[in-house]
Write a protein that binds this ligand. Sequence first.
Ligand code: ADE
Length: 231
Amino acid sequence: MQLDVVTLFPEWFEWFSGQRHVANALTHGHELRTLNPREHTSLSGGQVDDTPFGGGAGMVLRVDVMDAALRGFYGVDPVDLRHQRRVLALTPGGRILDDSFVGELAAEPAITLLCGRYEGFDERIVQHFASDAVSVGRYVLAGGELAAMVVMDAVLRKLPGSLGHADSALEESFSAALGGDPEYPHYTRPAEYRGWKVPEVLLSGHHEEIRQWRRARSRERGAAGGGSSLP
Ligand code: ADE
């Protein structure tokens, strides 16, 4: 899969690319590229943003700058680009990212992630250049970079070669294998610590009982709304 990120802060993604599961994915043929709109602006001083019409605080990423950046990088009109590959505009008001959306994206051969900064994008970028507006939650980050990393992290771990163990992503929280419920609890050694014991069934070696126990815990968590019922 080819992942392109349009960002004013490409250096953030150098760190991201070096993380083990991302690096694994990249050595398995997946690709992560960055594109900095500042390198494509014809405005003086490398200007990429401007004050919002109608007034208000903050700065807005300019549509002409984004147009030039995408056109320069892909060699096509960005209005057509979104018909060739998924172009995701990261914005707090977009479609909330969940496991099924991640699965949808993981099936794409290529995606482009547009990171807004400051007050975000000129709305015409979202309307005319993006195929989707994506949110990682109903809160506002300083920019789309962390949101882009969230999207890519979740997508990459669904792809073969990213996780060490082939089954690791199959039976995880919210997956179809768990009926959309959160994952069951995990335990490891020691089997008892400060009097806190690991559930007996997990030590029993009875695979079917373990499977049933895990499914039941997963359902319980789902019924509780995903949050664990801590005292
Ligand atoms: N940019 C700023 N906040 C965001 C959010 N919550 N999701 C996606 N992109 C964002």
